[in-house]
Design a protein around this ligand. Structure first.
Ligand SMILES: Cc1ncc(COP(=O)(O)O)c(C=O)c1O
Length: 419
């Protein structure tokens, strides 16, 4: 098990007091806090090795290049990718999905072709495809969630509606894109199983998995999933903002045209035409976020030391505790499965008729930071027939005592709103 009090010492921000109370940071699905090891890796880079990468032959440039390429290797190892040239550094998960849509999508998805998504996608894996479909005349097919017990989706197996998923796949399916872990319901999709259904029913379709909420919280072995594209984002896994990852199979990346053009991504430029650099640099035009990549490498070191199995176990414990306590409060509706073992450490809920923003604001006055709103998942909100929800989300440094403070804060919400 993990030593939370020791871990907390590495996160300077957790010492902050908010509105006179000790901060309880429960908004990790939005972004995680950063340990001093990550902050120091970034500041040490600027203090000792700052130079541009892949360009100079002077010592600092060689050092900066080595640090960045080491970080790529670490990230590849962390997610079970053998060929580190398949790890493309981008700004975030959103940019990774856009890269796929612009480079592969716009060249391979045309009029009448079908794109299959689930209703619970984050906007970054929804709007991008909706836009492509509108431009190219492709058809968006949206797979619903299996529902039971009124409006609360319950999934014994923790997946989207598998029958509807299978039925959505046809000969015209060109792309299937789905979340690995839902940022609202916490549902964990069985990525291997969904991928094999796609291989069977629509063998020509490509599969993109949004791992933004998976890679930070559980062991992920991309090479074994059987997907074509996998995206995730550094800032949710202890890394800095501004760095994210696209993974795709080498053969696919070789076939795809560059997304952005300019410096760093070329092999040779003559007046009439240019040729492209090798992978991964073909997709990394311009000066990259060198410090960001190094920071992400340090984040991966930090998480590896703890062990992702331990991260997952800790989150199951906190989520179990949260669901138990929240279920005991009359008028609190929890969305998503109630079994913490089939869900990630994200718990969305509403308190009677109180607006989620009011819930978050009262909790903030108690020093408890949670998220409220539509969570960049408006199609899911519509599906659940709600406008918004409050959401508490956990990470390695959170404690059961912080969950209890969340529960106490909800007591205050109920008092204020006389619920
Ligand atoms: C499931 C999911 N996908 C994608 C994203 C987008 O991540 P980013 O904003 O870093 O691109 C998020 C962020 O909240 C998310 O939760």
């Amino acid at each position: 098990m993990i030593d939370v009090s020791k871990i907390r010492e590495d996160f300077p921000i957790l010492k902050r007091r908010i509105n006179g109370k000790q901060l309880a940071y429960l908004d990790n699905a939005a972004t995680s806090q950063k340990p001093k090891q990550v902050i120091e890796a970034i500041s040490n880079f600027y203090k000792t090795s700052n130079a541009n990468v892949h360009r100079g032959i002077h010592t600092l440039s060689v050092e900066a290049t080595e640090l960045m390429e080491n970080a790529r290797r670490k990230v590849a190892d962390f997610v079970g990718v053998k060929d580190s040239a398949e790890i493309i550094f981008v700004r975030n998960a959103t940019e990774a999905v856009n890269l796929v849509a612009y480079s592969w999508g716009r060249n391979n998805i045309g009029r009448g072709d079908e794109i299959v998504l689930t209703v619970a996608e984050h906007h970054s894996n929804f709007v991008v495809w909706q836009q492509l479909a509108l431009e190219n005349g492709a058809v968006l097919k949206i797979v619903p969630l299996r529902q039971a017990q009124g409006l609360r989706p319950i999934h014994e197996n923790g997946e989207v509606d598998l029958v509807a998923f299978k039925n959505a796949l046809t000969k015209k399916t060109k792309l299937v894109a789905f979340f690995h872990v839902s940022n609202v319901l916490g549902i964990i999709n069985n990525a291997n199983r969904l991928s094999s259904i796609v291989h069977r029913e629509a063998p020509k379709a490509k599969i993109l998995i949004d791992g933004a909420q998976a890679v930070p919280h559980m062991p992920v072995d991309i090479d074994s999933i059987g997907c074509d594209f996998y995206v995730f984002t550094g800032h949710k896994m202890l890394g800095p903002t501004g760095i994210g990852v696209l993974w795709a199979k080498r053969e696919l990346l070789e076939e795809m045209p560059p997304f952005l053009f300019g410096g760093e991504m070329i092999s040779k430029v003559v007046l009439e035409k240019s040729s492209w650099n090798e992978l991964p640099w073909k997709f990394e035009a311009g000066t990259p976020d060198i410090a960001g990549a190094i920071g992400l490498g340090a984040a991966v070191d930090y998480l590896s030391k703890i062990g992702m199995e331990n991260v997952r176990k800790h989150e199951i414990k906190l989520t179990e505790h949260a669901i138990k306590k929240l279920s005991e409060i009359p008028d609190v509706t929890i969305y998503g499965p109630l079994d913490a073992k089939v869900r990630g450490g994200v718990v969305a809920f509403n308190v009677g008729p109180a607006h989620a923003h009011d819930v978050a604001s009262i909790l903030d006055s108690e020093g408890v930071a949670i998220r409220s709103g539509h969570h960049c998942a408006q199609p899911l909100m519509e599906f659940l027939q709600i406008e918004s929800a409050a959401r508490a989300s956990f990470y390695i440094y959170n404690t059961e005592e912080e969950v209890d403070r969340l529960v106490e804060g909800i007591g205050k919400v109920k008092k204020v709103f006389k619920i």
